[in-house]
Structure formats: structure tokens, C-alpha cells
Ligand binder design. Structure first.
Ligand code: HPA
Length: 259
């Protein structure tokens, strides 16, 4: 099953059939909100709004571990995340979609692994990640292809079909937030090799990979990053751009679900 994590401006996915709204608890606490499971033309999908259904969870307090664990419990094998980002690369315009292929972590002490060497009792039908966790194994997950190349390829085809301006690759820098960056920070982040900046892409991608789920992220440039446009950044600008793109992104998601 495909799991979709919606970011700023994407709080539900309409048009699903046989909808079930699930309140799930996990060993890592409750996810950001109820998870909606439904079908689109027979294809099952589940949807979780990262910031909660009413957008009241800030980026640094998103329960990333609970979110990914809950999706996995539902049988999700592929996760598609939608994120608003600030554009650093001058070729990326507000409204463009970036299918990121790598990340730089600039967050500060977020809980970013399931593998903390914690021993726990054996559970029925445990899979490999659960077994490794239970046994307290030291696990180093490969990040040389953090974002699923196949999902990115399919997404590129769908974006092309829908006429959405997009870039097939880009490096995402994740900052701690919830404040925006300073212009000096953006200069530094640019010099590190990042094309876009956001506050929620990490540790989501890592946790998905630790649970052996494929993960891809569809990033929408909501604003030029601090110091690039020469004016003050506001959340309103971010939400306005996401609202402008909402219908288009939802059609892209629907086509992707049905692939
Ligand atoms: N910086 C960090 N996160 C963001 C931005 C930004 O400029 N825009 C949307 N999310």
C-alpha cells in the first residue's frame, strides 16, 4: 500500500471510497492525527497530515517516529511525502515541484532512529526491522539512495502528464525551525550544496528507510529562501502558494495512486 504524508496546505485527500478513519497508537506515541485509509479505483492508499488535521503541530514537534511506525503497521510499503520548501537554487521558481534525490540534515537533536539498542519482548510475526530493534542491534542504514529512484521516475512521468513545472532532482536541507532561516544561513546552506530548504523532511526519510519502506518526496517551492527575494518571509506566503498548487498536486497524487 501507498502512504501519503501531507505537508503544509495538504490536510486531506478527497474522492476516496470505502474510507476508514483510524486512530492508531504506537510504541512511539500517537501519530500526528487519525490516518485515513481508502480506495481510489480499487487501489488502497492511506493519508496522514504531518502537521495534524488542523495544522497545529510545528515542524520540530511532529511525531515522526509514531507517524512512520503507524504507516508501517497498516501495511504501507511506499511513502510519498509532500513538503513545502524555500527555493535556494535560482532555477527553481515558486510553484515548481522538486523531486529531491538527497538531503543535508541541519536539525538539532530530533529523535531520528528506531535503533537505540533497546531490548523488548518478542512479538508475533515480527519482521526484520522489528527483530533488529528488539535485539538491540547496532544498525547503520545506507543513505546513498535515500529517495526511491523508481517512485521519482513514476512521479516525473505523472508531473509531465499534468503539465506541472518540475525538476527531477535537487538537494534538500532540513533546518530545525520553526523560525525561517537567516539570509546568512541560506548563503551557508547554498554553499553546502542544497537547492531547497525545509523543516520536515528529516528524519522522516531516514525513519522510513530504517523500516525498509520506499520513500519519495514531492517538494513544492513555496517561496524564495530568506535573503533571495529581498523581502520578509511569512507563513501566509507559504500557505498561499500551497493553496494555489493544491488542486494540481491532488490530481498528481490521484494519478500516482492509480499507477
Ligand atoms: N525555509 C524553511 N522551510 C520552509 C521554507 C523556507 O523558506 N518555505 C517553506 N518551508
Amino acid at each position: 500500500m501507498l502512504g501519503i504524508i501531507g505537508g503544509s496546505g495538504l490536510y486531506k485527500l478527497e474522492g476516496l471510497e470505502e474510507v476508514r478513519v483510524l486512530q492508531i497508537d504506537t510504541p512511539f506515541g500517537k501519530p500526528s492525527g487519525p490516518i485515513v485509509v481508502g480506495k481510489l479505483e480499487g487501489k488502497e492508499v492511506c493519508f496522514l497530515p504531518r502537521h495534524g488535521p488542523d495544522h497545529n503541530i510545528p515542524p520540530h514537534l511532529v511525531p515522526y517516529k509514531a507517524n512512520l511506525w503507524a504507516l508501517r503497521e497498516l501495511g504501507v510499503k511506499r511513502v510519498l511525502s509532500v513538503c513545502a520548501v524555500g527555493g535556494i537554487n535560482r532555477n527553481f521558481r515558486p510553484g515548481d515541484v522538486i523531486l529531491i534525490n538527497d538531503f543535508i540534515d541541519l536539525t538539532k537533536g530530533r529523535e531520528s532512529t528506531y535503533y537505540n539498542g533497546v531490548y523488548s519482548p518478542k512479538v508475533e510475526g515480527e519482521d526484520l526491522p522489528a527483530k533488529l530493534m528488539r535485539e538491540g542491534k547496532v544498525v547503520h542504514v545506507d543513505m546513498s539512495q535515500a529517495y526511491c529512484p523508481q517512485m521519482r521516475e513514476f512521479l516525473a512521468e505523472v508531473l509531465k502528464k499534468h503539465g506541472v513545472p518540475f525538476h527531477p532532482s535537487g538537494v534538500y536541507a532540513c533546518t530545525e525551525g520553526p523560525r525561517f532561516e537567516t539570509p546568512a544561513e541560506i548563503k551557508m546552506i547554498e554553499s553546502l550544496g542544497a537547492d531547497v530548504v525545509g523543516m520536515t523532511g528529516y528524519p522522516e526519510v531516514v525513519l522510513a528507510r530504517e523500516l525498509t519502506m520506499c520513500y519519495a518526496s514531492l517538494c513544492v517551492v513555496a517561496n524564495p529562501a530568506a535573503g533571495i527575494a529581498g523581502y520578509r518571509l511569512t507563513s501566509k506566503e507559504v500557505l498561499q502558494m500551497m493553496a494555489q498548487r493544491e488542486a494540481q498536486i491532488k490530481s498528481v497524487l490521484r494519478t500516482f495512486i492509480m499507477l
